[in-house]
Design a protein around this ligand. Structure first.
Ligand code: AMP
Length: 216
């Protein structure tokens, strides 16, 4: 089963995708993490990605994204299926992915859309914390650490993500409305959209997703 998971920032895409990976054994393309890893490389492409992600808070240009995805697909075992999280975010990326998979004899079976309100997005993004040592993600509201703002694994003080400032959050949510919403409309027309209420608990959202996937 090949899936994409879409939704605004902090809608729980990563959390739900990881649970699906554990349960269904899917390969996992996590756009944000793969890009953040690239920014740590001392390469030209890494520097360019850092500029778009962390300085401008804008989407990384499609020409870079398609290169990153194509490389990843070529070195990944897709035999048990795959879930794309954070990619595609715009219609052109979706069309590119659809064509690329088609060349491999594959298709996107479902697009899981996690719907949450703008105010919940804000609250969750402002409460998001990451461990600067191991990159583990927490949320003071939905997934708090065991001890006050310390990583459960490393006991290191948690920090906010570089792009979780009010200014960049505002810009990212605007981008979502402008370019990702049309993608949701397109996959809906194609009949592969599964709309899920992302404001419920992590467990309930996961159950709802699995219930829909059983019907395939
Ligand atoms: P995320 O961790 O999913 O919130 O992504 C963080 C940042 O990575 C975004 O604000 C973009 O700069 C970049 N990014 C992630 N996915 C994509 C994508 N599909 N296309 C372009 N840029 C992306």
């Amino acid at each position: 089963m090949n899936l994409i998971i879409v939704g605004p920032q902090a809608s729980g895409k990563g959390t739900q995708a990881k649970l699906l990976v554990q349960k269904l054994g899917l390969a996992y393309f996590e756009a944000g993490d793969i890009l953040r890893e690239k920014t740590k490389e001392n390469s030209l492409i890494g520097k360019e990605i850092d500029l778009w992600m962390n300085q401008k808070g804008k989407l990384v240009p499609d020409k870079i994204m398609v290169q990153v995805v194509a490389e990843w697909l070529d070195r990944t075992d897709l035999s048990k299926g795959v879930i794309f999280d954070g990619f595609p975010r715009v219609v052109d990326q979706y069309l590119f992915l659809r064509d690329l998979l088609k060349k491999k004899g594959l298709r996107i079976d479902r697009a899981i859309y996690l719907k949450i309100s703008r105010s919940i997005c804000w609250k969750r993004l402002r409460a998001r914390r990451i461990c600067p040592k191991c990159d583990r993600e927490f949320n003071l509201i939905t997934r708090p650490p065991k001890t006050d703002e310390l990583c459960d694994d490393c006991q290191v003080g948690l920090v906010q993500r570089q792009d979780d400032t009010p200014e960049l959050i505002k810009r990212r949510l605007k981008t979502y409305e402008e370019v990702t919403k049309p993608l949701v409309t397109l996959v809906s027309k194609e009949g592969i959209l599964v709309e899920i209420d992302g404001e419920k608990t992590v467990e309930k959202v996961q159950q709802d997703i699995l219930k829909h996937l059983k019907k395939i």
